[in-house]
Ligand binder design. Structure first.
Ligand code: ZN
Length: 255
């Protein structure tokens, strides 16, 4: 508790004197096409979260990738949109974001670091390591950020995994705010997940990406992408789940 208060105080103090590089910040918001969507208060909030993100997380480009200041903001805004109401402390406990130039092959080492290409078959757009780094493919970060209405976004996906992993293993249950009981979450979430799996097995149609049926953790990550970009896709099939996600993320687009 004391640690948390100390951290909050240090963050407030940092923000009191911190500023974005204005031209790069504008460029990032324009590339994301969010300027017209955010009120001045919302812009201030996302700017503060982004400043914290870039101060506290170590963004490490790999394989010769160079990220400009605008690129860093472009990434930070997407990552921080998810914790707009949850608060930045939801990302405590880990530090590093590795960024490959494009889709990458990975093999998690003992330490949970990516070892680079060629170790295992299978290419990834992103990866979230439990207690470790987030790994992203920059081409995918760009294409996800440049269309915030298609229901697909690697940053929302991997950072949702990080929220899910706050309390340990990824199981589709993040640390819940006080007004959502674990029982509530379990009931609505598990019911939707089971129904979705049955739906796919029986060949019924769904607009939700079948990858969500992999396990509860992927269900949470994929549904988070829809929640952020295409909430009506969830609302059409699982209105109770959409309401639950709204109680958790509280993003204004549904108000
Ligand atoms: Zn995933």
């Amino acid at each position: 508790m004391l640690m948390r208060m100390w951290k909050d105080w240090r963050r407030k103090r940092f923000l009191a004197g911190a500023q974005v590089e204005e031209a790069a910040w504008r460029e990032a918001l324009e590339r994301l096409r969010v300027c017209g969507r955010l009120s001045p208060e919302q812009q201030k909030r996302i700017r503060e979260l982004s400043l914290l993100f870039l101060r506290e997380k170590r963004i490490t480009p790999l394989e010769g990738l160079v990220l400009s200041q605008a690129d860093l903001y472009f990434l930070a805004v997407q990552a921080c949109a998810l914790v707009f109401h949850l608060g930045f402390s939801a990302y405590d406990g880990w530090q590093t974001v590795y960024v490959f130039p494009s889709i990458f092959r990975e093999k998690a080492s003992e330490e949970g670091r990516p070892l680079g290409r060629g170790e295992l078959p299978g290419h990834l757009a992103g990866l979230a390591q439990q207690g470790g780094a987030v790994v992203l493919a920059w081409t995918q970060v760009e294409s996800g950020g440049e269309d915030l209405d298609d229901g697909s976004n690697v940053v929302f996906h991997e950072f949702a995994h990080k929220l899910d992993m706050q309390d340990g293993s990824p199981n589709g249950v993040p640390i819940l705010p006080a007004d959502i009981s674990p029982g509530d979450w379990q009931q609505v979430f598990a019911q939707a997940f089971d129904d979705f799996r049955r739906k796919l097995e029986s060949g019924r149609k769904s607009r939700i990406d079948p990858y969500a049926a992999t396990d509860p953790a992927e269900f949470f990550a994929v549904l988070t992408e829809y929640y952020m970009e295409r909430p009506e896709v969830i609302g059409n099939e699982y209105p109770e789940l959409l309401a639950l996600l709204q109680r958790y993320y509280r993003i204004d687009h549904l108000d």
